[in-house]
Design a protein around this ligand. Structure first.
Ligand SMILES: [Zn+2]
Length: 346
């Protein structure tokens, strides 16, 4: 056990070796799959469930992930089948192989309605209208005209490359629902803002919470406004959804999708809130000097250079912080001048 600089306790210094399971609580196992880009890996959870296994999240829809699963199936599951697939949210590392796993084991995919419908909505091949809508959002929020054409690509091409198919049907998970997995009851706690209706799975008896991407130990999960809902306030949704974890004891073992398991959930939630508060304050201070658009807030939020690879996430985060300030009454949206949306101090 070690304590990190932020006061979180990490029971393990490393992850399970590639292709092996590590039992983190009775009947609850940790499997790590490689992701060939940051954050480099995803943690999946396998729960002994009577005669079979319930798995939590699927890994990317890549040949190497399929091969890794086949090695686990060959000798890691004690001859017992996968009988249920729980998916926390629609993002590619979580849902990627969901359809394949479901067919491979004739097992149902369980997810929230919000995540399943979003996956179904995002996946179809994008046409010219969707590209134009993305470019309009970029232009309005301050991406320079000269670089706009560099972004004239389908907004879902990465998603489609990592999620070969969306399940044709699902079994619904809902916030507050209790489901039995093996010997224990698990409760669904919904996180919002990172994705529409992200399911976290809390087992009070085991003292464990599979939190997906909502409560990562080191980074704050991406919370973005997207071109498909350009006036949204996802940061408000994210922060208020964290109230849903109020009843989870501080010594609960938090099992994040990326990074190391930890104890100290409320310390972590406080740090995430403080992180966003600090960024919101920084933007308010800058707006007091004069109006800005979202791209103009990049130097306040990011140390890295923002280019083609990270523009979507960076722009989404910047707009999300500005919209939170508008909702709080600390910033106002000026009438668009020359088609550019500026924000001013309230
Ligand atoms: Zn995610």
């Amino acid at each position: 056990m070690s304590r990190d600089p932020h006061g979180l306790e990490h029971p393990w210094a490393d992850g399970p070796a590639q292709g092996t399971l590590r039992e983190v609580a009775p009947g609850l196992h940790w499997l790590r799959m490689r992701v060939p880009f940051p954050p480099e890996h995803i943690n999946l959870w396998l729960v002994e469930d009577g005669e079979g296994w319930t798995i939590v999240d699927c890994g990317l829809g890549l040949d190497e992930t399929r091969a890794a699963w086949e090695r686990i199936f060959a000798d890691g599951l004690g001859g017992r089948p996968v009988t249920r697939i729980l998916v926390t949210h629609f993002h590619p590392d979580h849902l990627g192989l969901g359809t394949w796993l479901s067919a491979r084991w004739d097992a149902e995919v369980w997810m929230t309605q919000g995540e399943w419908m979003t996956a179904r909505g995002v996946h179809p091949e994008a046409g010219a209208a969707e590209i134009a809508n993305k470019l309009a959002f970029y232009r309005r929020n301050g991406v320079p005209e000269a670089s706009l054409q560099g972004f004239a690509t389908p907004p879902n091409s990465f998603y489609r490359s990592m999620v070969p198919a969306i399940p044709q049907r699902f079994v619904r998970l809902s916030g507050g629902q209790s489901l039995r997995i093996g010997a224990h009851e698990w409760r669904v706690v919904i996180g919002r803002g990172h994705s529409p209706e992200h399911a976290c799975l809390w087992c009070p008896a085991l003292g464990a919470l599979a939190c997906g991407d909502i409560l990562l130990p080191r980074i704050s999960p991406n919370v973005s406004v997207w071109a498909t809902e350009p006036l949204g306030d996802p940061l408000g949704e994210y922060l208020s959804s964290l109230d849903g974890f109020a009843g989870v004891p501080e010594d609960t073992l938090v099992l994040p999708a990326h990074g190391q398991p930890y104890r100290g959930i409320h310390r972590r939630i406080a740090a995430l809130r403080a992180h966003h508060d600090e960024r919101l304050d920084r933007i308010v201070a800058a707006l007091a000097e004069g109006p800005r658009h979202a791209v103009g807030c990049f130097p306040l939020l990011f140390r890295r250079e923002i280019g083609a690879a990270n523009m979507g996430l960076a722009l989404g985060e910047a707009v999300a912080h500005l919209h939170r300030l508008v909702s709080q009454g600390r910033a106002t949206r000026l009438p668009a001048s020359g088609g550019i949306q500026l924000f001013a101090a309230a």
